[in-house]
Every structure is written in C-alpha cells, then in structure tokens.
Write a protein that binds this ligand. Structure first.
Ligand SMILES: [Zn+2]
Length: 605
C-alpha cells in the first residue's frame, strides 16, 4: 500500500476492533451508542467497561494505524511546562498532549495521531518539529486535568462513574419476592431520586464549590434541564467568571437534582427543604483551604424543578482601596476632591454612582466610604441586603417585606427618614429608584449631609434627568447634586500572555471618532490565552468611568436645558471624559481592548 492510499483509506476504531477480533460489529455498535450517551470516547468506554483490555486496544490501533503508541497511564508524568506548550483549549479540542521535548522535537500523544490538521495546527503554534504517538483519549484528558488544575473534573468523573455503577447494580437487583414492583400512584415522584444525606451528594456540592474557587467565579448557577425523552436530562452547572457565564466541564446526574438543592438548603440552616414551590434565600458559610467563604444562595422553582444561584460574597470587595479601581489619575483627583472636608456640615450634597447591573457600583461606593471613614465622622448606610460589615460604619439592612404599620414598609425611604434623626455626616443609601427615596435623599443632602447613592442609568447626564423624571423640581436636583459617576466594567487583558499588534483601521477610526489621540509608540494588545488566565486571554476587570461634576457652568446650563443629550455635549466641552474616551485611554495604557470598551460591558449582562 502506498503512503497516499494509507492516508486516504484509514480504518476506523470499529473496523480495527472487528478485524482484530477484539469485538464483533454488533458489540461495537452497542458500545459506541452507550459511549455517546455518556459523552465518552469509544476507547474510554471500552476500557472502563472492561470490554477490551487497555494494552490490547493500544496495540491494535497502533498496528492498524501504523504509529507508535504510548501508555500515558504507565509513563512518568511529564513536566507541566511541556504540557502547557499548547493552550489548554486547543489541547482538549485536538485530544493531544505534549509529553517530551528534545531540542526542537516535541513528542506529542494524540487520540488520533494521523490527523494532519491537528499536527499542522500544533506545529504552527509551537514552531517545533513534531513526533506523534498514539495514546488513549482518557489518559490525555487526565494529564491535561492535572496540568491545568482541573482535578475537580477528574474527581467528578470518578464520582460519576461510581454513582453510575451503583445505579447499574441497583437495576440488576432481582425484583423482590413475588416479583412485583409497586408503582406509586401519586404525582410523578421519581423512585430513583437520591436522598440529600447520601455521602456522594456532599462530595458533589464540594466539587461544585471547588470548581468555582479554582476559576475565581463570582456566581454559581445550578439549573435543571429536562429532556422529554429522559435521555439527556441533566443538572447544568455554570460559573460566572469576570462577568461571563461558562459551563462547567461536568454536569450532575439528573437523579441528583433534588438532593443537591436540598443539601444546599440544609447548609443554609434557614431554608425549608420541604417547600419547593416558592423562592427562598439564605447564606452558606464554609471553610475552603482554611479560608472562610460565604455564599448568598437563592433557590427558585422552575418548570423542571428547583434551580439555585450561589453568589460568592467577597469581603475584598468592601475593603477595596479607591486607588485600585483603575481610575485615570485626573478622574481620581477630581473624584477625591469631592470627598474633602467632610464633618462639621461643610461638605454636603448628593453624589450618585450610576451604571447597569453588575457594573461595580457598590464596590465604588464602598471604596469611597472607606476613603472617608474616620473615627470623627459618622457614617450610616441603608443596604438591601448588608453583605459585609465594615468597621466604623453603622449599616442598616432595609427589608421592604417588614411592615411598619399601615401602608408603611421598611424600605430605603423609611431608613433614610430615620437616619436624619441620628445626625450622621455621611449617608449611603443603596439605590434611588422611586420619588420618595429621591426626595428624602435630596432633603438629607440639603440639610448638611454628604449622601451617596446609585441610580440605574447608563451614563452620567441621564442620571440627572432621571431624578427630574422621578418628579423632583429641576432646581432642587441641580442645587443638591454634586457629581455623577457613571461606570462600567471591561475585562482586563492577561498580562502574562497579551500580545502587541498593530491597531486595525476600524480601531483607529473609533479613536478618531471619539477624539482620543494615540501617542506615538503606543502598542495595542490582543488577548492570547495561557494557563494563568485559563486560556481566556483576559483576567480580572477594570472600571471605565465618566465623571460629571455639577460645576456652576454645568448647573446654569442644566437649568436652561434639562435633557441628557445637550447636557452631555456641554459637559464634554467643559472637560468631561465620556465612558468610551476613558476606556480608549485604558486601551492606550495596554490594559484592555477596543472591543471590550465598546461591547464588553454589554456582553456581561
Ligand atoms: Zn494569560
């Protein structure tokens, strides 16, 4: 057979198995079907089920495909640095892992070493000469898991395998005496449902949490998806990392859905595990690697059963130093000058931080409070809920569900009203979303208090007009408002792997349109992906800001023309930097990309 024929006519795994008399065609078909259902490769399935011995399988494939093979499970573990010569995502996609390097020759284990395109791609990425070996896909994935710290996925695989085995054993149990199985007549109660106290449930929950900590996720989403045929029903686990949702590399067996949620409820010490029809919330405190970690847990009923969202409460978010929020230096100077001279009723007025949900508004507010927090200054906050306690600040959790007599509830407005009797210097009220709260915040600001709050608008001028739309007289808004800070978050390029490249014509156009000059010698960077950033190319986020200071000239203008568009234009003439301009300056400093500045914040929703 000529080499050309060899390439064009390649035996499939099935053909090799049948030709070598390892299994008959029907058995292979059945195994392929089962492997597909379990989302495994046929090689993994055959070995796990003891249908073919690992050594025999390797030998048969290596002979038929005319390539050398390596049993990675027996070879000494390669250096992490060598494994990481190929980005994780590419390695997983190609089922290929480098395991040795001599001078310019890279030895690489592959599930299918005759895949020319994979070899070409790896050659382009590494610039090394390649020597390909055949290996079992499960061994390749296991090496990658270890190298990239995805051990929880390996742990999970083992757990799942043992659980599946248990279920199989259960299914093979002979029917009880009389051979009758009692069918429950009540609702569709599932006889395979697992009890929350089963030991593997705790392990599942731990693995889910560990996965979040490894990825530095902010939220965990646990969601049931029922397939009407019952075949691919699953509990999907997703993590929010730097604002983006990503699916975990494992799912939970369907039969565990209720047990996992019940376990979470038990861990809160406050939720009712028998109540499955109404939303519930609570908190979980755990120790992970010696550090106390707290989660806020929300459980909501869905058509497929209960779903849970766990938010990791980050103590660091309230201890944040305002100098670390990535303000441009001139914007920070202006913002800090607004916070000077508090106490003795000398600095008063309203400062608003605005932006969409998840734009870091409360982090900025906490940073501002930390900045002004001194023993001689009294600070009161009304929050819903209070996520973390800050030393030296009196924090009041508001709860609109608490009724204060007829038609009165303990909301932001009620808290603010009581604050005025407590004579604070600084007040922070979580959010202004109705006329009543806006009205009392203004009253507090006018009577000698420095008031911080947030409003849900996209840019700074719109926050001014929003207050007027809420029903406040324009002259009151203008007299009281000191400044509005609009903000968004953009992902920050990973410093370890970002790569300098020339800007594209489209990017240059964005700079021209926004009148931002690019200093000579500026480098534009692109995301690449490395182990440090889990192959994303971005790591962490930075704030993009737009600070509108209500100077005398801006006040005069706004009184004449209270609409966001003209107000924005005037403020920019007076030196206000727009969100986009601020972001483009952070592109110039090499921290992020034009794409993030223009669209990144929207994608995070
Ligand atoms: Zn990186």
């Amino acid at each position: 057979m000529s080499p050309a024929q060899g390439l064009s006519r390649r035996k499939s795994v099935k053909e090799v198995l049948v030709d070598e008399h390892l299994l008959d065609a029907a058995a292979v078909d059945q195994a392929e079907e089962n492997a597909r259902r379990e989302k495994k490769t046929i090689q993994q399935f055959l070995v796990e089920q003891n249908l073919v011995e690992r050594a025999k399988l390797l030998r048969a494939l290596s002979t038929a495909w005319e390539v050398q093979s390596i049993d990675l499970s027996k070879a000494p573990p390669p250096d992490k640095e060598i494994i990481q010569l190929i980005p994780e995502s590419a390695a997983r996609r190609h089922m290929a892992v480098p395991f040795a390097k001599n001078d310019s020759v890279l030895s690489i284990a592959m599930a299918d070493p005759r895949d020319f395109f994979v070899l070409e791609d790896i050659n382009l990425r590494t610039g090394l000469e390649l020597r390909a070996y055949l290996a079992l896909p499960q061994d390749i994935m296991a090496l990658l898991d270890v190298a990239y710290g995805r051990n929880e996925s390996a742990v999970m695989d083992k757990l799942l395998a043992s659980v599946q085995q248990q279920e199989k054993d259960k299914a093979q149990l002979p029917p009880e005496e009389g051979g009758q199985i009692e069918v429950q007549k009540e609702e569709k109660s599932d006889i395979t449902d697992i009890d929350a106290s089963a030991p593997e449930v705790e392990k599942f929950v731990n693995a889910i949490i560990l996965g979040a900590l490894n990825l530095k996720a902010s939220d965990i989403h646990i969601e049931p998806f029922e397939d009407p045929t019952g075949k691919s029903s699953k509990m999907m686990i997703r993590y929010r990392v730097d604002g983006m949702l990503r699916e975990a590399n494992f799912t939970m067996p369907w039969s565990y859905r209720a047990a996992i949620i019940a376990k979470l409820k038990i861990m809160t010490n406050s939720m009712d595990i028998t109540e499955r029809r109404i939303p519930q919330s609570g908190r979980i405190q755990i120790l992970a690697k010696g550090n106390p970690i707290e989660f806020r847990v929300e459980v909501v009923p869905t058509v497929y059963g209960e779903s849970a969202v766990m938010r990791i409460l980050d103590r660091k978010a309230v201890q944040v130093d305002i100098h670390r929020l990535m303000f441009l230096p001139e914007t920070l100077d202006k913002f800090l000058s607004l916070l000077k001279g508090i106490g003795g009723k000398k600095n008063f007025g309203l400062i608003i931080v605005c932006g969409p949900t998840g734009s870091g508004k409360s982090t900025t507010l906490y940073a501002a409070l930390n900045h002004v927090n001194r023993p001689d200054i009294k600070i009161l906050t009304a929050e819903n809920p209070v996520e973390y306690n800050i030393d030296g600040i009196v924090q009041v959790p508001v709860n609109p569900d608490i009724k204060l007599g007829e038609n009165k509830k303990f909301d932001f407005a009620a808290a603010l009203r009581s604050f005025l009797r407590l004579d604070p210097d600084v007040i922070m009220v979580g959010e202004i979303r109705d006329e009543e709260t806006a009205h009392i915040a203004m009253e507090a600001a006018m009577t000698g208090h420095l008031v911080f709050s947030t409003i849900h608008t996209n840019d700074a001028p719109s926050a001014v007009t929003r207050l007027v739309e809420m029903g406040l007289p324009p002259y009151v808004v203008i007299a009281t408002l000191k400044a509005v800070l609009a903000q968004r978050l953009a992902r920050k390029l990973c410093d370890k792997c970002k790569r300098a490249e020339d800007p594209t014509p489209e990017e240059l156009l964005v700079f021209r349109e926004n009148k931002v000059e690019i200093p000579p010698g500026t480098k534009f960077y692109r995301p690449v992906g490395c182990p440090d950033c889990k192959d994303i190319g971005y790591r962490g986020r930075l704030g993009i800001h737009e600070l509108l200071i209500l100077s005398d000239s801006v006040k005069t203008f706004a009184l004449k023309q209270m609409s966001a568009g003209p107000l924005r234009e005037f403020a920019m003439q007076q030196g206000m930097m727009s969100l986009t301009q601020d972001g483009l300056n952070k592109v110039i400093s090499g921290s992020t990309t034009v794409r993030e500045v223009l669209g990144g914040a929207d994608e995070t929703k």
